[in-house]
Design a protein around this ligand. Structure first.
Ligand SMILES: [Zn+2]
Length: 234
């Protein structure tokens, strides 16, 4: 199993690691700072250096619990020592988008009673899909205003682990444990202090102020109660 160093330190930009499996251009490592594509969030990119050569990491995916790093060209083999460097501008922007999506989804859920059905976060824009009977653009814009207020308050974001039993014994947190595979005994919680806590395996900024400016782009009607919003960070 690869040690997922990005879960403990979302701000680590470099790391030394060892290749534990090599299948063509796809490598598995003993540990990594590259966050794979998951939960609608694009993957990290960067380089894997070995000796004089820097290999571009072009895609990172989860495959049956393994994290596979896809390189632009072959050349690395089992046992090679490598130096990982993230494309930090890309990662940091994706972290800001990921935290912003928790914030906006949380507001849709709390204030509108909407059920979040999906999201897609790239370095270009964020998309959130939700289920809501009414389609009121003014209400949606109000949610974005509220997001801006909370960003101004600069709420801290804590990441910590909780035993599943603790989560299941607290009524306000029960929803967090639902829908998770029963074999997960410890949950990693991403907690926007005083606003929203949920289990999450991704990378987030340390405080809401880092999300910065949110620009609401558009709201689409995707059928009976299917809504979709797009926004951009600046
Ligand atoms: Zn998330």
């Amino acid at each position: 199993m690869t040690e997922l160093a990005y879960m403990d330190d979302c701000y680590a930009k470099e790391l030394d690691a060892t290749v534990t499996a090599a299948e063509g251009n796809n490598l598995e490592l003993d540990r990594t700072i590259f966050c794979p594509q998951a939960g609608g969030v694009e993957c990290d990119k960067g380089t894997m250096g070995c000796g004089e050569t820097a290999y571009n990491v072009v895609f990172v995916k989860k495959d049956k619990g393994r994290v596979l790093h896809q390189l632009e060209m072959p050349g690395l083999k089992l046992g090679d020592r490598v130096h990982l460097s993230l494309d930090w501008d890309r990662r940091y922007l994706l972290m800001r988008y990921h935290t912003s999506a928790h914030l906006i989804s949380g507001i849709f859920a709390k204030d509108l009673g909407a059920k979040i059905t999906g999201n897609s976060l790239t370095t270009e824009k964020g998309r959130i899909d939700f289920d809501l009977e009414s389609f009121d653009r003014a209400l949606i814009e109000q949610c974005f205003d509220k997001a801006r207020e909370l960003i101004k308050k600069d709420l801290p974001i804590d990441i910590y682990s909780l035993p599943r039993s603790d989560v299941e014994s607290k009524p306000e947190m029960v929803k967090l444990a639902m829908g998770l595979p029963p074999n997960i005994k410890v949950l990693r919680i991403v907690d926007i202090k005083g606003f929203d806590a949920q289990p999450d395996g991704g990378c987030h900024v340390k405080s809401l102020g880092e999300v910065g400016e949110i620009k609401f782009l558009s709201a689409d009607n995707k059928g009976k109660s299917n809504r979709r919003v797009y926004y951009r960070l600046r």
